[in-house]
Design a protein around this ligand. Structure first.
Ligand code: HEM
Length: 320
């Protein structure tokens, strides 16, 4: 009896130790990762991002999106930055931008500490600094990601959400990355910034459904012709029609008025399970900002390469 108690107790201890080990192995990212070997790395990135955003406010949006599109395909491993691969996926081609800003931040960091700071970490830090530069929340970025040696355009096409996705499919795409529906709504709030091309919202403004404000649709039609294949395809419209250059909760207020630009925006407030979250964020900018920050940290944790996996690229657009 006593022996069996002891053996149960020691089995429990072993299981506990294994669990502890597995969590510590997983939690390899750390905010102090470069404190010893590149203490000025983070401030160098911050300056590069501040300069870029002060030249063009939209760049803040583009950099946040770049980090998101990186993390959703093979994890946050800078795979999106490689010249051949994800960049050419339908959701990125002619649309994802900011590559040259990351390249230039990397070049500046390489000058002070060569071969130390990964492109994947630069993307994560740049997204945070971009948010701060346009009045968005700040958060502590965990570091220590390494860079991939591969990128696949077909994988990116499978993994990245599409503006035609239904609510269930969006929720499940985020779910498979460990993000809840609430995280998804908060993260979609980054559409408070930036622009979309006519080809991304044509279907929504011309389908004359009841989930779109009529005046809003007709204003958007002026610069977005009804048929594709014309030069107007790339005409831009702000994702947040009120304040596209500042990080606030107007995006959610727009959804309440059926003035979401993308179908995938409006679907977050269309009688489904996420309506209450949209309403909450439309009332409380503070809740939105703090949930956004937490969700960005969670997003930054998706499948990083750590330890000796991958590499630290010398330039972000090519493997060493
Ligand atoms: C929920 C699923 C999502 C879909 C279907 C979606 C789709 C899109 C589309 C179609 C555009 C416009 C692209 C173009 O016309 O060139 C866009 C822009 C943008 N997206 Fe999303 N998005 C989603 C979620 C997110 C998330 C989670 C983030 C960030 C964490 C994000 C950040 C942005 C930003 C900032 C822009 C503007 C980029 C710029 O102006 O350069 N999106 N998104």
């Amino acid at each position: 009896m006593r022996n069996s108690f002891i053996s149960h107790a020691s089995t429990a201890t072993v299981v506990f130790m294994l669990l502890l080990l597995s969590t510590t192995c997983k939690a390899q990212l750390s905010s102090t990762f470069y404190d010893q070997n590149c203490p000025n790395g983070l401030s160098t990135i911050r300056n590069a991002i501040r300069t870029a955003v002060s030249r063009e406010r939209r760049m803040a949006a583009s950099l946040i999106r770049l980090h998101f599109h990186d993390c959703f395909v093979q994890g946050c491993d800078a795979s999106i930055l490689l010249e051949d691969g994800e960049r050419n996926a339908l959701q990125n081609r002619g649309s994802a931008r900011g590559y040259e800003i990351i390249d230039s931040a990397k070049a500046q960091v390489e000058k002070i500490c060569p071969g130390v700071v990964s492109c994947a970490d630069i993307l994560a830090v740049a997204a945070r600094d971009a948010s701060v530069a346009v009045g968005g929340p700040s958060w502590t970025v965990k570091l220590g990601r390494r860079d991939s040696t591969t990128a696949s355009s077909s994988l990116a096409e499978q993994e990245l959400p599409r503006f035609t996705d239904g609510l269930d499919s969006l929720i499940s795409r985020f779910g498979t990355k460990g993000l809840s529906a609430r995280d998804m709504v908060a993260l979609s709030g980054s559409h408070t910034l930036g622009q979309a091309q006519c080809s991304s919202f044509r279907g929504r403004i011309y389908n004359n459904g009841s989930d779109i404000d009529v005046g809003f649709a007709s204003t958007r039609k002026r610069r977005c012709p009804g048929t594709s294949g014309q030069p107007g395809d790339s005409n831009l419209a702000p994702l947040d029609l009120v304040t596209p250059n500042s990080f606030d909760n107007n995006y959610f207020k727009n959804l309440l008025q059926k003035k979401g630009l993308l179908q995938s925006d409006q679907i977050l407030f269309s009688g489904g399970s996420t309506d209450s979250i949209v309403s909450e964020y439309s009332r409380s900018p503070a809740t939105f900002k703090s949930d956004f920050a937490s969700a960005m940290i969670k997003m930054g944790d998706i499948g990083p390469l750590t330890g000796s996996a991958g590499q630290i690229r010398r330039i972000c657009s090519a493997i060493n």
